[in-house]
Each structure stands twice: as C-alpha cells, then as structure tokens.
Unconditional design. Structure first.
Length: 177
C-alpha cells in the first residue's frame, strides 16, 4: 500500500487481499481466516482468543487438581500448599518460636522457614496429592520440623545438600569456570 507524505495510507488504493478467498474482515477491521472451522460454542472456543467464564475455569481447575475447595489457579501441589492458611500459620509460628532471627547467623530482616525433614519427602511419605490431604496431615504443620533462616544461609544450606545452585554450577563447569 502506498502512503502519503504524512505516513497515512492513500485513498482509492486496492488492498493486497482483495478478491482472495478465505479472508473476510472482522468487526475490528482486521482480516480473519474464514476457513478455520471456527464456530462459537465449539470445543476449541478458548483457543481463538476467547475466554471461559470464571465459574467454568474454577470448576475445571478443581476437577484437574482433585481439590474440594478452590485455592487458586496454581499448577503444582507445592504452590497450592504454600498459599494455604495452614502453611502461612506454620511459617509464622516457626518465626515466632525462633524470635524472628536466622538460626545460623542471627540476622534479622527477610527470613525464610525451612523444613528440617524436606517438604517433598513429607509429601511422598504421607502420599499427599491434594491440598485437602495436606490440610489433614498433622506432620506437615509440626513447628518442630521448621527452622528460621535468612535467605543467604538458606541458599548455602540448600547448596550444601544439593538442592539449589546446581544449574549455576553445571553452567560454570561447562564454560570452564
């Protein structure tokens, strides 16, 4: 298409797609492929830029996770548990017991609650697959299984037991560092 000196499209110029079958203009004036087989109400409705209503999304999410109570659109079980009231209360009680200080260096400030028996091991030991099962598991909320660390000490601890930083170490080794 040709443009005038101000950069606007000139009038009375034939568009490039005039007469080509399979294209029509949508309500917004953009070309749309009419040979896609798209029909409103079709099972692929959401793949065409449309969305499901919130009630349907919540119902679908609950059926996929197996939960009886909706706790948010989280993909994995760990993420769903980390936003539960019980987890936040456990974390708060661990901080309170440790007087809001890192138990390694004594630092105050940003703190993290660490599971002494690994969170993932507890999930496997008690065969927890839903947030409802997690809610009922007493051992998961035992404050005796928690300890307070600052971020730096938590990272050092996790690196020493092989949880964090492995990707960085592998990259450095591959680069010759």
């Amino acid at each position: 298409m040709e443009r005038d000196e101000n950069g606007r499209f000139m009038k009375n110029i034939t568009p490039w797609n005039k007469g080509i079958t399979g294209y029509s203009t949508s309500k917004k004036g953009k070309p749309r492929n009419t040979n896609s087989g798209y029909q409103k109400g079709h099972t692929n409705y959401h793949k065409h830029g449309n969305t499901w209503d919130m009630k349907s999304r919540i119902k679908l999410s609950m059926s996929q996770t197996g939960d009886k109570r909706f706790t948010g659109f989280k993909r994995d079980l760990r993420s769903r548990i980390m936003v539960m009231r019980e987890y936040l209360q456990w974390r708060s009680e661990v901080f309170k017991r440790d007087n809001y200080h890192c138990q390694s260096c004594g630092e105050k400030g940003y703190l993290e609650a660490h599971h002494i028996i690994a969170f993932s091991k507890l999930l496997k030991m008690f065969k927890i697959t839903t947030s409802e099962q997690a809610r009922k598991c007493k051992e998961l909320w035992n404050i005796g299984n928690g300890i307070t660390y600052c971020r730096e000490c938590h990272i050092l601890l996790d690196e020493s037991i092989g949880k964090r930083g492995m990707g960085i170490k592998l990259k450095l080794n591959n680069m010759g560092g």
